[in-house]
Design a protein around this ligand. Structure first.
Ligand code: HEC
Length: 119
């Protein structure tokens, strides 16, 4: 029984170790490094123009999907629900790595925002 418990605990530990958690600090750093704040605001909700969307408090999976869709559009993929053709955001999203996208999205989702009533 003890051996079994150890084996289960060991495999759980290995599983936890293999899942890469999003890094909020790296997400904020990438948001600043890639100059996202110049349009969306340092707090990601005080945009420099009202037409620039509020990102703070959005769901992380929604933001990740949007950023990947801009990359696909910029890469010339044909229009679909998974492709966004936007010259500005296509150019901004293209240099982002998968880790950048995940970290930025997780950081944005963690921010207080008028889009969310629970934060
Ligand atoms: C030059 C201004 C500008 C910069 C810089 C900029 N954005 Fe955007 N962003 C926009 C505009 C305009 C839109 C709306 C585009 C559209 O209509 O699809 C947008 C849309 C988005 C969306 C989709 C939001 C939604 O609700 O669907 C995300 C996510 C996003 N930007 C993230 C970023 C990130 C991350 C960066 C930095 C890598 C960045 N933006 C840099 C102007 C900018």
């Amino acid at each position: 029984m003890k051996k079994l418990t150890l084996a289960v605990a060991g495999s759980l530990f290995m599983f936890a170790g293999s899942v890469q958690a999003a890094d909020l600090v790296a997400g904020q750093a990438a948001f600043e490094k890639f100059a996202c704040a110049s349009c969306h605001g340092a707090d990601a909700k005080t945009s420099s123009l009202p037409t620039y969307p509020i990102l703070a408090g959005q769901h992380a999976d929604y933001l990740e999907h949007a950023l990947r869709a801009y990359k696909r559009g910029q890469a010339g993929m044909p229009a679909s629900a998974n492709v966004r053709n936007n010259a500005v955001m296509g150019a901004m999203a293209t240099p982002l790595s998968n880790a950048d996208i995940e970290n930025i999205s997780a950081w944005l989702a963690s921010l207080p925002s008028p889009l969310s009533t629970s934060k």
